[in-house]
Design a protein around this ligand. Structure first.
Ligand SMILES: Nc1ncnc2c1ncn2[C@@H]1O[C@H](COP(=O)(O)OP(=O)(O)OP(=O)(O)O)[C@@H](O)[C@H]1O
Length: 337
């Protein structure tokens, strides 16, 4: 096992329902110690991809390709027993809806203690002490340990779920839109708690989000998905600072400006059209019908991810025209809006 071996490698991942591909051949690595964001519009395949990293795809899904954990464990097609031994220990989920992850009839402290007992086989007393520490670390004070989930605020509940997910020090935490139900102040706090726990355990965090502000503030790298395919990957700051895929540029142009731009009034530029439905046959680039820069080749050939810019930056873009795109890509969408 080399020191550079990724924590998790995904190769040609395809997830389909009734023969319709929702995830259409994704390959990427998750590196130890990083926060990787999966971003893109609703329906892009973010949640399915993220859950495949835990072996948690819907029963009716057909999954092909490989999802391999460092050390060689393959998650695609793994028996439930194998997966159950990994959950909580090597991989863990923080779902969108904290209430669905917590039992309504047990105090949160007891729930964390139960997880610790099952993962580490420690005594009741030790589990209780360690649960206290785990809750403390996510900002739940001792006085609230005996609270039931319904007695906690939304932000506190999501913190309790983070304590549960990270109690076994997993290598990888997948957080699937963990802050959608929270107001903006709490969103930032919860994402900071996740990032702190990641830093403390040295593991990786995969953050599913449609919120590009959250990507900018909390992710090291971002993988932008479109219609179940790779659109762009790279360091979050450079992808969001200078997108190289027209789709990423369009997504960014759809954000309201932080500071009002004179002459643009209240216009909220958006990418025209809608993404293709799963299984909709897409000859060529799936974004071509919505892309102001599309040419014949884009409608005929699926673009493969290719490196752009300084190789040290690790930017990959799936666009036939990546090398010749104008600098201010976002302006194309502002003009079209
Ligand atoms: N159990 C299922 N049966 C059929 N289709 C499904 C199922 N789960 C997901 N899909 C389809 O797969 C596509 C990708 O879904 P996914 O939930 O991964 O999208 P997403 O990018 O996370 O979007 P959102 O932000 O809305 O959650 C969607 O078009 C969805 O309808």
């Amino acid at each position: 096992m080399s020191a550079e071996e990724p924590l998790l490698s995904v190769r040609d991942l395809r997830i389909s329902f009734d023969g319709a591909d929702a995830v259409r051949g994704l390959s990427f690595d998750v590196r130890a110690g990083e926060v990787l964001a999966l971003a893109g519009e609703s329906g892009a395949g973010k949640s399915l991809t993220a859950r495949a990293l835990l072996g948690l795809v819907p029963r009716e899904a057909r999954v092909r390709g490989t999802v391999r954990l460092r050390g060689g464990t393959e998650l695609v097609g793994a028996p439930r027993r194998t997966l159950a031994a990994l959950w909580g220990r090597r991989v863990a989920l923080v779902p969108q809806d904290a209430l669905s992850a917590l039992s309504p009839v047990h105090p949160v402290g007891d729930q964390v203690a139960a997880v610790l007992r099952s993962l580490h086989g420690v005594s009741r007393r030790e589990a209780r002490d360690r649960a206290g520490t785990a809750l403390d670390r996510v900002g739940i004070p001792a006085a609230r340990r005996d609270a039931y989930p319904h007695e906690l605020s939304g932000g506190m509940r999501q913190r309790a779920v983070i304590a549960l997910a990270t109690a076994g020090d997993p290598d990888l935490v997948v957080a699937d839109e963990p802050t959608t139900a929270l107001d903006p102040d709490l969103r930032d706090q919860v994402l900071s708690v996740l990032a702190e726990r990641r830093a403390a355990t040295g593991g990786a965090l995969v953050l599913v989000t449609h919120d590009l502000e959250a990507v900018r503030d909390h992710a090291d790298r971002v993988l932008v998905l479109y219609a179940g395919r790779h659109a762009e990957t790279g360091p979050a700051a450079s992808v969001l600072g200078r997108p190289r895929a027209p789709y990423t540029a369009g997504l960014l142009a759809s954000l309201p400006p932080a500071v009002p731009v004179p002459g643009r009034g209240r216009r909220l530029p958006a990418i025209g059209g809608t993404p293709p439905a799963p299984g909709e046959p897409a000859a060529g680039c799936a974004f071509a019908p919505r892309c102001p820069l599309a040419e014949d080749r884009c409608r005929a050939e699926v673009p493969a991810p290719r490196p752009v810019g300084d190789p040290a930056d690790g930017r990959d873009v799936s666009c036939h025209r990546a090398a010749e795109l104008p600098h201010a890509l976002g302006e194309l969408f502002l003009e079209a809006a």
